[in-house]
Design a protein around this ligand. Structure first.
Ligand SMILES: C[S@@+](CC[C@H](N)C(=O)[O-])C[C@H]1O[C@@H](n2cnc3c(N)ncnc32)[C@H](O)[C@@H]1O
Length: 284
């Protein structure tokens, strides 16, 4: 058997960095302590959005999407752009005081995007081809209680504090909404069933600590100061380009210093965890 991998990301991704890191992977993969040898494999880059067709029809055996599908194709339709009345003022995602209308816009964007993704990949898979999809979601059906609500809620609070200090315009914050949504297992299952073209072999939810270096189980944060620094750095690496393109880069350090303090206070009260959904699908 020979294997061809295509590594997909948006065109703005640093593919040079990716291919440089692959060199190290190849070296470590070549030394297998058990003496196993890998089949010949070939790796290519695939710079494009997964919300369009990426491959010829019926040409792919397996898709694996890792920590991506919580990103939408765009800010929920109806929330984007400049407007007279901002629907999700002061917040970038769903918080306790978000109106049902705004929640509906986030959910509709998820349904539209996820069904599009399923349709596109279905066309590209060979008959019997499979997908393993891993992405951030939420544990409860209650749309207000996910950990992403906390995570982005704290970042909204940090931005609000910069508005109070006169460092960010109120309008700028009001027009900032995230192209993201963390669905529940129920919402994902419904979308797969509605697509009618995949058999869902399994769906599971597991939890992962906000601090990527904390592998401990249980609900105690051992060191909220260092855990908050690690968690905030992780969020900064994901959010920096979105924040920069909307607010400019001058606020970045201040914003994430404030955010780190808020995450530390939050972790003192509760060890919030990412809820990660993993599902396997087989093309019908
Ligand atoms: C948290 S990273 C995950 C990276 C890697 N797959 C992993 O598991 O470590 C999420 C990635 O999704 C990419 N992404 C977001 N929307 C995308 C889209 N529509 N098409 C392709 N890639 C996308 C981002 O550019 C980012 O590199």
């Amino acid at each position: 058997m020979e294997i061809q991998f295509f590594l997909n990301d948006l065109p703005g991704n640093d593919f040079n960095q990716l291919f440089r890191s692959l060199e190290q992977f190849k070296r470590s993969a070549a030394i297998d302590p058990k003496g196993n040898t890998l089949p010949p494999y070939y790796v290519s880059g695939l710079p494009n959005s997964y919300y369009i067709r990426l491959f010829p029809r019926q040409s792919v055996h397996l898709f694996h999407s890792s920590y991506c599908l919580h990103w939408r194709s765009q800010v929920p339709e109806g929330l984007e752009g400049k407007r007279e009345v901002y629907l999700n003022e002061e917040n970038m995602y769903i918080t306790n005081n978000t109106s049902p209308l705004v929640v509906k816009l986030f959910q509709e964007q998820f349904r539209k995007d996820f069904s599009l993704f399923l349709r596109l990949r279905h066309e590209e898979l060979v008959f019997g081809g499979q997908m393993v999809l891993t992405f951030l979601g939420r544990k409860n059906e209650d749309v207000y209680s996910g950990d992403l609500n906390h995570l982005f809620g704290l970042l909204s609070e940090s931005l609000q504090s910069l508005v109070v200090k006169g460092l960010v315009e109120k309008e700028k914050l009001s027009s900032f909404n995230l192209p993201a949504y963390g669905p529940s297992v129920g919402e994902v299952t419904t979308s797969v069933k509605e697509s009618g073209v995949f058999d869902m072999a399994s769906i599971k939810l597991f939890e992962q600590n906000w601090d990527p270096y904390d592998d401990s189980e249980g609900d105690d944060v051992l060191d909220s100061a260092s855990s908050s620094v690690n968690a905030a750095k992780c969020i900064r690496s994901v959010m920096e380009s979105l924040v920069t393109s909307h607010f400019g880069e001058t606020i970045l350090d201040m914003l994430f210093e404030d955010y780190t303090r808020r995450v530390a206070n939050h972790l003192k009260k509760e060890k919030t965890k990412f809820n990660v959904i993993v599902l396997t699908l087989k093309k019908l």
